[in-house]
Ligand binder design. Structure first.
Ligand code: PHE
Length: 349
């Protein structure tokens, strides 16, 4: 039995060598020290051993047991420590690694243009007022002197909403909203989104933005001359001092007289090219003296007050300024396109 015990010890210690893996250790623990393990079996067989030999054999069993237990504990500790060191090592911060790139945004070219436009008007003393996108017929059409049967009110142009509401088709509702609330003198610019039932194409979009501007004061104080002065000043500040500006008689229900404003073609500088259809000019905005009916609609007496108004598309104006040839580029949000205006955005911020 003594030899048997020595054999158990020798085998177990061989298996519990320095490189022993967890499974091997567990294997020895169960096989040798377990409840039905080899040492337990020996203890059970002790009955058959002569009395005189029993104490010495018992001691040997205990000695082997604690030796193996000690060895198992040592090995398990080492394994645990190694596992922890491994985990800590993996989580260690390597300060020499390149940092994580966190992309930083920049302003959209249309936003940049809008801000530049508003800045120019602000420098001329205009106040910026935002008005609502969801309107009623009165503020978008009626008060602006649109006849009841005007085609712009029809389904193909206007997005109608339930409850007699609609999405504004222009920022001219801003004139009505502001004048209803306030009395002259007024010098206001209203930026905002507008909506029309147009397909998205090279030159049109169902959603776009405009800047409306108007100036109202005592009759005689604000004339067509002021309109020409403010608009020319704005266009030269925005497009460059050398730009040609032309006022052309036109028609809008809410202005009388009305004028469309052209700038000399930015591409050919007025010589005539494909973009300006050989005319040398590009249309840029609508304007005019506010119609007496519009003043009446907001409770102003046209004999007492007079003013001018203008409105222009922000995308269209940006497009000309930036030399972009397709309006859709402004709405697609392709970073390869938008990224080209990044330095302009950074310079502005
Ligand atoms: N509201 C007109 C448009 O959308 C522009 C305009 C505004 C014209 C003010 C004259 C005066 O085309």
């Amino acid at each position: 039995m003594r030899e048997q015990l020595e054999e158990i010890r020798r085998r177990a210690l061989a298996e519990l060598g320095d490189g022993a893996v967890e499974a091997a250790i567990e294997n020895v623990r169960v096989r040798v020290l377990g409840r039905t393990g080899e040492l337990t079996e020996i203890m059970r067989a002790m009955r058959t051993v002569p009395n005189a030999e029993r104490p010495a054999l018992g001691r040997l069993v205990n000695e082997i047991k604690s030796e193996l237990e000690g060895r198992i504990a040592t090995l398990s500790d080492a394994l645990k420590r190694a596992a922890m060191e491994h985990a800590l090592g993996a989580a260690q911060i390597d300060v020499t690694l390149p940092g994580m790139h966190i992309p930083r945004g920049w302003l959209h070219p249309v936003t940049l243009s809008r801000e530049r436009m508003l800045e120019i008007f602000a420098a001329m003393g205009f106040e910026v007022v935002e008005t609502q996108d969801v309107e009623d017929d009165f503020h978008n059409f009626g008060a602006l002197n649109f006849p009841a049967d005007h085609p712009a009110r029809e389904m193909q142009d206007t997005f109608f909403l339930p409850g007699g509401l609609l999405l504004r088709t222009h920022t001219s509702n801003g004139q009505i909203r502001v004048m209803e609330q306030r009395r002259p003198p007024l010098a206001i610019v209203c930026p905002g989104n507008c909506y029309r039932r147009d397909e998205l194409s090279v030159r049109a979009s169902p959603m776009f933005s405009q800047i409306e501007g108007f100036m109202v004061d005592r009759a005689g104080a604000i004339t067509m001359g002021h309109l020409k002065g403010v608009i020319s000043e704005f266009l030269r500040a925005f497009f460059g001092q050398g730009i040609g500006v032309r006022f052309r008689a036109s028609f809008f229900p809410f202005t009388e007289p009305s004028a469309e404003v052209d700038i000399s073609c930015l591409l050919c500088a007025g010589a005539g090219c494909r973009v300006c259809k050989q005319s040398g000019w590009t249309e840029i905005l609508g304007s005019g003296m506010i119609h007496p009916n519009v003043l009446r609609a907001v409770g102003y007496d046209p004999a007492e007050y007079q003013g001018f108004a203008f409105g222009m598309g922000v995308e269209r104006t940006s497009l000309l300024k930036l030399g972009v040839d397709d309006l859709r580029l402004f709405f697609e949000n392709d970073l390869r396109f938008l990224g080209q205006f990044r330095s302009a955005s950074e310079a502005a911020s």
